[in-house]
Write a protein that binds this ligand. Structure first.
Ligand code: PEP
Ligand code: MN
Length: 263
């Protein structure tokens, strides 16, 4: 179902008047984690001012260490929904277990499956039954075929609205957090009709590298970007070193508009 031979024309996912795939570039931006109402609203205002349509923010955080900040959970979801009401931005947030799918879907527009859960087939099966788009991140060490097979799980159960997100893969290089596989864009475009977006924030782990890699991704023909933005990156509870300030994010959006049609 995810393959180009099954469907020749590009999939376009529609949420109200917003389209993902099919020529326009969508930007999903916001903090790694929802930390407080003030932090979320400052981020949302920055995202909106720069012209992006989607606010990202984790309420359930799948952290590598059990001692790291795990997210505000339902209180965070409620803040996201309130920020959506006040700004008109659409909301994408991560779901980490089958038990909270209904709750996360109630408060958001797009549900994110994180890299660590890409092959959580039980979670994917449950998500295949809902009627909201799924943003499926590529696993830390997943091949493109394994990633497309994870999308297939969602589609086989009836959810065709899948956005693929490349967020860097594990290699021998340690200078960057991961290695951004830009070649995933033309590869996915050839193999599949699904939209593919790039997350240069998690791919590089360094805010200084986010703008150049975002420009390269847009030049390579991706359908969108996921960018971490924080009003005060040095004080972020999660992923501060890779987060752009509102000012840098605005500058990036302007740079991108010189390369492609960005909404
Ligand atoms: C995130 O988007 O904040 C996140 C946890 O990403 P990933 O699953 O790609 O590590
Ligand atoms: Mn993050």
């Amino acid at each position: 179902l995810a393959g180009r031979d099954f469907r020749q024309e590009d999939t376009i996912i529609r949420i109200g008047d917003v389209e993902i795939g099919g020529g326009q570039m969508q930007v999903f931006a916001g903090p790694c984690a929802v930390e407080s109402w003030e932090q979320l609203m400052e981020s949302a205002e920055a995202v909106k001012a720069a012209g992006a349509r989607f606010l990202r923010g984790g309420a359930y955080k799948p952290r590598s260490s059990p001692y790291s900040f795990q997210g505000l959970e339902e209180a965070g979801l409620k803040m996201l929904a309130r920020a959506r009401e006040l700004t008109g931005l659409l909301v994408v947030t991560e779901v980490i277990d089958p038990g909270s799918i209904e709750r996360v879907a109630y408060y958001s527009d797009v549900l994110q499956v994180g890299a660590r859960n890409m092959q959580n087939f039980f979670l994917l099966r449950e998500l295949s039954k809902i009627n909201k788009p799924i943003l499926l991140k590529r696993g830390l060490s997943a091949t493109i075929e394994e990633w497309l097979m994870a999308a297939e799980y969602l589609m086989a159960g009836g959810n065709y609205d899948v956005i693929l997100c490349e967020r860097g893969i594990r290699t021998f290089e340690t200078y960057t957090r991961n290695t951004l596989d830009l070649s995933a864009i033309p590869a996915v475009k050839q193999l599949s009709h699904l939209p593919v977006i790039i997350d240069p924030s998690h791919a590089t782990g360094k805010w200084q590298m986010v703008r150049p890699m975002a420009r390269a991704a847009v030049a390579a023909g991706c359908d969108g970007l996921m960018i971490e933005v924080h009003p005060n990156p040095t004080e972020a509870l999660c992923d501060g070193p890779q987060s752009l300030t509102p000012e840098n994010f605005g500058a990036l959006m302007n740079e991108l508009r010189a390369i492609a049609e960005v909404v």
